[in-house]
Design a protein around this ligand. Structure first.
Ligand SMILES: C[S@@+](CC[C@H](N)C(=O)[O-])C[C@H]1O[C@@H](n2cnc3c(N)ncnc32)[C@H](O)[C@@H]1O
Length: 258
């Protein structure tokens, strides 16, 4: 265990990682999900936010959403930052597409990934809210009543248009987000992917068309890992709230640079 702790600390630029062995191990060894949840909670702590919202856009059977619940509970216990989870899905699978290459119609068709909503609701705990409907509408409604800051976002909607609609969570007037929000884009590294379609196009368009928030690769993530070659790590991004960052006047010495 000491060796592992030493390894984790050395991966973290010499700073000891912040929480218990269980969470440190998850952070260093496992897939990207624990890293996202833990980093979100750490960011919330730095910003003085006691609660954050964690989003899974594109739920299907709920496999990832159930994992998110598990790690949210673990990280919440450790950090004291409350984490509410939200899953967004049509409930009816892939919706109508744009009609051209941007949605990769050669990969998906309307109705793929049909959810068993009743079963999924039985499996989810009270921590998680399932929002059924097209994200074009549900994101608008959600942001209207948003309570806590967006802490992290997983985007697995497959389609360009759907991804654009989901990313409005960072743009709407009543949005709430941490200054830095860890993100995961699932559909960006298959053979058929290119930056003129799908989630990659949505990231480009998002960055081109607004000045307040920009999405960029999570640059340091692979350096802090036992398995830096894990393919999931290259799917991790960060949404930076440039407007909010501009307003910060640092009142303390810089802390560990995570
Ligand atoms: C690949 S599946 C998600 C898989 C899930 N993240 C997992 O790992 O278990 C993609 C999901 O995105 C949903 N989806 C795509 N476009 C959507 C939209 N505009 N609004 C809501 N859900 C959408 C589909 O219904 C489908 O269930």
């Amino acid at each position: 265990m000491r060796v592992i702790q030493h390894f984790c600390a050395s991966r973290n630029n010499g700073h000891s990682l912040f929480y218990s062995n269980e969470v440190q191990l998850e952070y260093c060894f496992s897939s990207s999900l624990p890293a996202r949840v833990l980093t979100a909670a750490h960011q919330a702590d730095q910003e003085g936010a006691s609660e954050i919202a964690a989003f899974e856009f594109g739920v299907d059977r709920g496999d990832e959403l159930l994992c998110l619940e598990k790690y949210a509970a673990m990280v919440e216990r450790e950090t004291g930052v409350r984490i509410a989870a939200y899953g967004f899905d049509t409930g009816k699978g892939i919706p109508l597409m744009s009609g051209d290459y941007r949605d990769h119609p050669d990969q998906w068709r309307v109705g793929n990934y049909l959810m068993d909503e009743k079963l999924l609701r039985k499996r989810l705990s009270g921590r998680t809210t399932l929002l059924i409907g097209n994200v074009a509408q549900t994101v608008l409604e959600f942001v209207r009543n948003i309570r806590s800051h967006a802490g992290f976002v997983a985007l697995d909607l497959d389609l360009y248009l759907s991804a654009m609609d989901a990313l409005r969570i960072f743009l709407l007037a009543r949005r709430k987000m941490l200054r830095r929000v860890p993100m995961y884009f699932d559909n960006i590294d298959f053979f058929f992917n290119h930056k003129f379609a799908g989630e990659l196009l949505a990231i480009d368009q998002f960055n081109l068309t607004n000045k307040q928030v920009k999405i960029d690769r999570w640059r340091v993530i692979a350096k802090r890992r036992v398995f830096p070659e894990s393919p999931r790590l290259s799917k991790m991004f960060v949404a930076h709230d440039l407007a909010a960052i501009s307003k910060v006047a640092l009142g303390r010495l810089p802390t560990s640079l995570i």
